[in-house]
Design a protein around this ligand. Structure first.
Ligand code: NDP
Length: 453
């Protein structure tokens, strides 16, 4: 019999924490407790991926109706009822939260709806002073949006609040050029909001393949999103009719709403880490080894709080690897190599592996790339373009990177990702027969490199 209250105590009921808790309890019989101060499901379910994707779906209907008309349908679209959508969304999130709670209960995990912090290497303390001891403690408290430090920043919303807006604004300024900024620029534009986006750098989506992000930016502008690169906010103030924004490009403009999408920080404040000796990095992230173990051997951390890759499926895998290592006696490092990901802009970008810019700095490469107007929309005279691109190692022939900009690119990259992860060569792609007529067939029919580097 253990001297501790629990074999495992998890702080944080998001994707990573819930998975680790229920697998440890359900599959290994460990006695597990979990504390969550907010809602079960965490960022992904409550204020991230899930509500975002539902908003993506909502935002696409006007475009579909336009296309339907061009195809010959007598189709009309009326006004968008944001209140009705928001209520439905809240209902759906309640349902999903209920599922998360049930999964935990069914696995035998004891849950506590409270904030918890570390007291020592084996003890957590709740807000009301209750203490629980555990052989292992897993921190999975996620991250939180950070706002740029400008005068008037308190007037801006973040991705946390965007789902709860009372009404849809007529105009919005979005600050940032990353995943969240670009996704919400497209979503809100699709819902009929006049969207302006300021990004401080030369091109949005820094870190992604240059050609791919260039095409996404171009398509976003074509849809009417006003992207100002090399531009930042100087200061903001509340005025009659909105928020007045003074920008570094010398303009002053009034927007109904301003949204900051300027990154997310690990949620480590007030967790008791320093007192217990758990090392954190420059951004406040918990420093962990390949097995998610912190500098205090009984304390582990997974997910966004470790700031490795801020992605739900990665946090889940880190949780599974933790259980495998600690509770199943099978030391399993987390594999962060070749993780496919998608940005749900319009069109979407799906990507895995190296960008052309990263790869060409390391070794000789061949670049296969094609950009074209897809059948469905070129038929009705739309100028929209899609792109398929492979980065190939000239020596080994391995596909080092695959970048797709197209409707449903997220779905495509999931499948192309299997081949890339398996180490497929360009010749493996070539000998795979095309599926015709599709957009994705171009990924196996690119004969000659457009560049070598
Ligand atoms: P990102 O780090 O992706 O982007 C932050 C953006 O804000 C960058 O463009 C950055 O500019 C800019 N920025 C940062 N600080 C300032 C500042 N002080 N003033 C002006 N601009 C600033 O963060 P996000 O918030 O978009 O997303 C966080 C993470 O969440 C992502 O990295 C991703 O891992 C995850 N996510 C994943 C999604 C998906 O899988 N589809 C969807 C949404 C989020 P610069 O480029 O110059 O640094």
């Amino acid at each position: 019999m253990s001297d501790f209250d629990y074999d495992l105590f998890v702080i944080g009921g998001g994707s990573g924490g819930v998975r680790a808790a229920r697998v440890a309890a359900g599959e290994t019989g460990a006695k597990v407790g979990l504390a969550e101060e907010s809602r079960y499901g965490g960022t992904c379910v409550i204020r991230g991926c899930v509500p975002k994707k539902l908003m993506v779906f909502a935002s696409e209907y006007p475009m579909r109706v336009d296309e339907a008309q061009a195809y010959g349908w007598d189709a009309q679209i009326g006004d968008f009822d944001w209140g009705r959508f928001r209520n439905n969304l809240e209902g759906e999130l309640d349902r999903l939260e209920g599922i998360y709670r049930k999964l935990l209960a069914n696995s035998g995990v004891e849950t506590f709806d409270t904030r918890a912090k570390l007291l020592d290497a084996h003890t957590v303390e709740f807000l009301d002073g209750t203490r629980k001891t555990a052989k292992h403690i897993l921190i999975a408290v996620g991250g939180w949006p950070v706002k740029a430090d400008v005068k008037g920043a308190e007037l801006a919303i973040t991705s946390n609040e965007v789902f709860h807006m009372e009404t849809l604004p007529k105009s919005i300024l979005i600050l940032g050029g990353g995943y969240i900024a670009c996704e919400f620029a497209c979503i809100l534009n699709g819902l009929g909001v006049k969207v302006t986006q300021y990004y401080r750098g030369a091109q949005i989506l820094r870190g992604f393949d240059d050609e791919a992000r260039g095409l996404v930016a171009e398509e976003m502008k074509q849809q009417g999103i006003e992207i100002h690169t090399g531009t930042n906010i100087l200061e903001m103030e509340k005025v009659e009719g909105g928020i007045k924004v003074k920008a570094t490009n010398g303009t002053e403009q009034v927007f109904d709403e301003v949204m900051f999408a300027t990154g997310r920080s690990p949620n480590t404040t007030g967790l008791g880490l320093e007192e217990v000796g758990v090392k954190t990095g420059r951004r406040g992230e918990i420093v962990v080894d390949d097995y998610s173990q912190t500098s205090v051997p009984s304390v582990y951390a997974i997910g966004d709080v470790t700031d490795r890759l801020q992605l739900t499926p990665v946090a889940i895998r880190e949780g599974m690897a933790f259980v495998e290592t600690v509770f199943k006696g099978n030391a399993t490092p987390v594999d962060h190599d070749l993780v496919p990901t998608a940005i749900f802009t319009r069109p979407e970008m799906g990507t895995i592996g190296m960008t052309e810019e990263q790869a060409r700095d390391e070794r000789p490469i061949e670049v296969y790339s094609t950009s074209f107007r897809p059948m469905q929309t070129s038929f009705i005279g739309k100028s929209e373009r899609v792109m398929m691109k492979l980065i190939v190692c000239a020596e080994t022939r391995r596909v080092l990177g695959c970048h797709i900009v197209a409707p449903q690119a997220g779905e495509m990259i999931q499948l192309a990702g299997v081949a890339v992860k398996m180490g497929a060569t360009k010749e493996d792609f070539d000998r795979t027969c095309a599926v015709h007529p599709t957009m994705a067939e171009e990924i196996v029919t690119m004969k000659n490199p457009v560049r070598t580097a």
